[in-house]
Design a protein around this ligand. Structure first.
Ligand code: SF4
Length: 274
């Protein structure tokens, strides 16, 4: 890393997250990742949706876009097409990204826009006071499921790999330096990088203890080009391996649009998407 001045990319805004929320570690990791990449504030745009994580753009000294629920990816893709020279970071929770916004993920994966998409998976709808989300464990009791959640959870890493993202990592805010490295690698990657963050919500779904007992770092023996090996790591039950699971180089959305984009004026390009 170039420097270790935590707070270089922080604004004065203090998000009103609950004490112990995993979001604090993610915010610190993003700050460290931006420093590791040596980017200037105006070279980054952060896009968030709705939920506790919607406050990230307010907390980071960069361009920001706090958009609608589930619409991080369409906004982020538009920014990437219009301004491919800027680093685009999308941030969404498990409900934002895989319930209301779930339909956008496979299409982002096949288009391969140059976006780092950080999905904070806390297995609950935190901001609305603890209803089950698409990743809530079966049997988990909430106020609206006093008998226990009766639906099987989605596995975000499994889905992202199956959809064909060109970069997939899984991280944990209990190790901010490691998570910062994963976010920086996702931003370095040319294409759609999904960083699945196991982020505890101690108020409604406290997974700190479980994650600390199960999480292990992926070793150097893993080949990130091997999607079958990546899926085996994702399917492990007794341990939760974190690190870079999968990485593949293929043309990005802007590279594919290449000649079209060069021939058209920006306004004409936008009109083709209407
Ligand atoms: Fe964090 Fe959960 Fe509180 Fe939201 S409700 S700020 S996710 S601890």
């Amino acid at each position: 890393m170039q420097t270790n001045h935590v707070g270089e990319f922080r604004t004065e805004y203090n998000p009103n997250w609950c004490p112990g929320c995993g979001n604090f570690g993610v915010l610190r990791s993003i700050d460290l990742a931006f420093q590791e990449l040596g980017l200037k504030n105006e070279q980054i745009v952060v896009v968030s949706g709705i939920g506790c994580n919607g406050r990230f753009p307010h907390s980071l000294r960069a361009y920001g876009f706090h958009t609608l629920h589930g619409r991080v990816l369409p906004i982020a893709e538009g920014i990437n097409i219009a301004c491919p020279e800027i680093s685009v970071v999308g941030i969404a929770g498990d409900g934002d990204a895989f319930a209301i916004g779930g339909g956008h993920v496979p299409h982002a994966a096949r288009r391969n826009p140059d976006i780092a998409y950080i999905v904070l998976d806390n297995g609950i709808y935190g901001q609305t006071k603890g209803q089950p989300s698409p990743t809530t464990a079966i049997g988990f009791k909430t106020k609206v499921t006093p008998q226990g959640n009766q639906e099987d959870p989605l596995n975000i890493s499994r889905l992202a790999l199956a959809y064909g993202v060109s970069f997939l990592a899984r991280g944990f805010p209990g190790d901010t330096n490691h998570l910062a490295h994963l976010i920086a690698e996702g931003m370095r990657h040319r294409g759609f990088a999904l960083i699945h963050v196991l982020s505890p919500c101690p108020t409604y779904h406290d997974t700190w203890k479980e994650y600390r007992s199960k999480i292990v770092k992926i070793g150097s023996e893993h080949d990130p080009a091997d999607s079958t090996a990546a899926m085996k790591l994702i399917e492990e039950q007794q341990r939760i391996p974190i690190g870079i699971l999968f990485k593949q180089n293929r043309p990005t959305l802007v590279e594919r649009l290449g000649s079209t984009r060069e021939k058209l004026e920006f306004k004409q390009l936008i009109s083709t998407f209407r």
